[in-house]
Design a binder for this molecule. Sequence first.
Ligand code: COA
Length: 385
Amino acid sequence: MKYAHIIGWGSYIPDRVLTNNDLAQIVDTSDEWIYKRTGIRERHIAAANETTATLAFEAAARALVVADLHPSQVDLIIVATSTPEYIFPSTASQVQDYLGATRAGAFDLSAACSGFVYGLDMATQAIATGSINNAIVVGAETMSRVLNWRDRGTCILFGDGAGAVVLKGSAVPGGVMASTLRSDGSGGDMLSLPAVYHNPVPTLGVEYFQNGHHKNTISMDGRQVFRFATKVMSASIKTTVAKAGLSLDEVSLIIPHQANTRIIESSAKRLKISPDRFYLNVQNVGNTSAASIPIALCDAIDDGRLHPDENVVFVGFGGGLTWAASVVKWDVSPPTISRRRREWKRARYIYARSRSKAKRWRRKVVDRFSTPPIPEARLKDADKE
Ligand code: COA
């Protein structure tokens, strides 16, 4: 039996900031309303040349530097996302290629804002059984691409970003100690994002895409989601802490899905603990869905809120409905890595991209020269028909 320890972490937030005042230029809202109801001041928006996969790659590459692991040592990459650029290839396969993680399996995981915790548990179980030894779990989203920018009830909430952790198997007890995963599909309509094929197609062909196609966007019943979130957050924290054989007093920090400060305050009240025991960065990044917990984890480490031998709880909730919590015994100190070493490590990704390009070219060349020609007689037969 092996234990899955978090040995690396990294996040990436796009540069472009969208403040509440900027949003007030787009929809009928105000900085005061948004901040009072959600705790959000600003969020970040991906640039035109950024995708969920590029954000995920940046976070994963940073996490590998902290873990001091070569990409070829990674056995599994899981990307939790609701905003993949493609259904297939998966975002995880794109990240695998960008990293040059040549010996890794890769898949995407869809559990909305709970996705990172789901992914963490999946990777932990794979490590515990001995099926793999090292894994990268990423939460990455470009929520800005699936928002209805005319709906003030949803477009004010979300932002873009990615966060990642590297897990490593070890015989030393610790790491991810317990998790609880739950779902209630009966509440699926409270928070939903239709897939591409969900739209009826009026006319097929290019015209449809030019004229008839409308982008699928998030819809939400804010009040119902609020009620659901406060209930499941406190319950899943309690259940998972007990599963890990701990009491709430033994938990130093709770890193919740960053949706809304009021949801977190209500959960603290239900648990009869101070809201200070929850880490919050929603004010600067908004709700980044599956990316929110790993981004908050990185910020909490930077803020000096996590120390070796402390117990930390991750808790998420969202569309599905889904919710999930994990208890982690934190057993690493942030390593000091020189800038030069960091830059040297980044050079390997330039090599990975060139190798990926070379592989594509090689496939084309092989294809060009190895396709068996169609016998002329068969071509003539086809002409007759
Ligand atoms: N700016 C100004 N007014 C707004 C507004 C905005 N951005 N959005 C809604 N309003 C208005 C409504 O139109 C309504 O006006 P009315 O009373 O004249 O009809 C009023 O504010 C109250 O709307 P309501 O939707 O009841 O507000 P609320 O107190 O429930 O707050 C949310 C709305 C979305 C902030 C809140 O429901 C929430 O945080 N829910 C959870 C959402 C969440 O976290 N989702 C992601 C989960 S992963």
